[in-house]
Design a protein around this ligand. Structure first.
Ligand SMILES: Nc1ncnc2c1ncn2[C@@H]1O[C@H](COP(=O)(O)OP(=O)(O)OP(=O)(O)O)[C@@H](O)[C@H]1O
Ligand SMILES: [Mg+2]
Length: 248
């Protein structure tokens, strides 16, 4: 069973950026094969990984309504469609969940999707799941345990409050989380004492800090893949220094 890393946190704090840096870490450490899962409806992990999205799981789910050849069981069709949705990158594969469900009942396709993602993910040693701000749909996407939950915040009180809410939510959900890591991203200089105190008072443990980085900002503006970050990039070095203690 592959080691599963999932990202969560308030909007805009850097979940997708950290997911891409985690994938870069796995690639550089030759920890493969890797499946990157973009579970955000407004998916953009592909851009940070330099791959184009051709198929999505959402698209597969839609085609179940109209495109199943007569005589073919829906399960077989869905398995084929999910295989088709696996996009090959350099050294990793990417599965994009795509747009959310429209009106109507999706319980049946969702249960098939969950089953085939389970089967598919057995082919990988590492899964990195990028998420929307919420956590609810992780349980919709997979029944598997999350080995490492990275809760990302920015150095703001609202970011930390959201992190706390995520920790509380995880406790209520059926998925089991192995280790969790609170990571404060986009930090300029030292963390404000108020933030450190807030983390402490909420009973959270600060797992690491990632600095605000001008290369990351430049790559964002140029819409460049973070997998092309040069050696010695500050943000990457911080992330890899943290992940080495959490990812076997
Ligand atoms: N360490 C960093 N240094 C500089 N810029 C950063 C850093 N981390 C993230 N950013 C920038 O912050 C912005 C938001 O990052 P990102 O898209 O990764 O956040 P997100 O949490 O995934 O957002 P969303 O909730 O919309 O999915 C991007 O422009 C990204 O380039
Ligand atoms: Mg994102």
């Amino acid at each position: 069973m592959g080691f599963t890393v999932a990202l969560a946190g308030k909007g805009g704090v850097g979940k997708t950026t950290i997911a891409a840096l985690a994938i870069l870490y796995l690639l550089r450490k030759n920890k493969k094969p890797i499946l990157a899962v973009d579970a955000d409806a407004n998916s953009n992990l592909n851009e940070l990984l330099g791959v184009e999205v051709t198929h999505t799981v959402g698209g597969a789910r839609e085609s179940l309504k109209t495109d199943v050849p007569s005589g073919m069981p829906k399960d077989t069709f869905m398995e084929y469609k999910i295989q088709e949705a696996v996009i090959e990158g350099e050294g990793f594969d990417l599965l994009v969940m795509g747009r959310p469900e429209g009106p109507g009942c999706y319980c049946f396709p969702n249960s098939i999707i969950k089953r085939y993602i389970e089967i598919l993910s057995k082919n990988y040693s590492y899964l990195v799941i990028d998420n929307e701000a919420g956590m609810e749909h992780i349980s919709r996407l997979t029944a598997r345990d999350v080995d490492l939950l990275i809760v990302v915040s920015d150095p703001s009180t609202r970011g930390i409050l959201t992190a706390k809410r995520i920790y509380d939510l995880v406790k209520e959900m059926e998925i089991r989380v192995g280790k969790s890591l609170l990571l404060i991203n986009k930090v300029n200089g030292n963390l404000a004492k108020e933030i450190v105190d807030m983390v402490d008072s909420m009973g959270l443990t600060l797992g690491g800090v990632v600095p605000s980085d001008s290369d990351i900002a430049k790559f964002d503006l140029a819409q460049r893949s973070l997998l092309e970050l040069p050696n010695g990039n500050k943000a990457y070095d911080y992330v890899s220094g943290i992940l080495k203690d959490y990812i076997p």
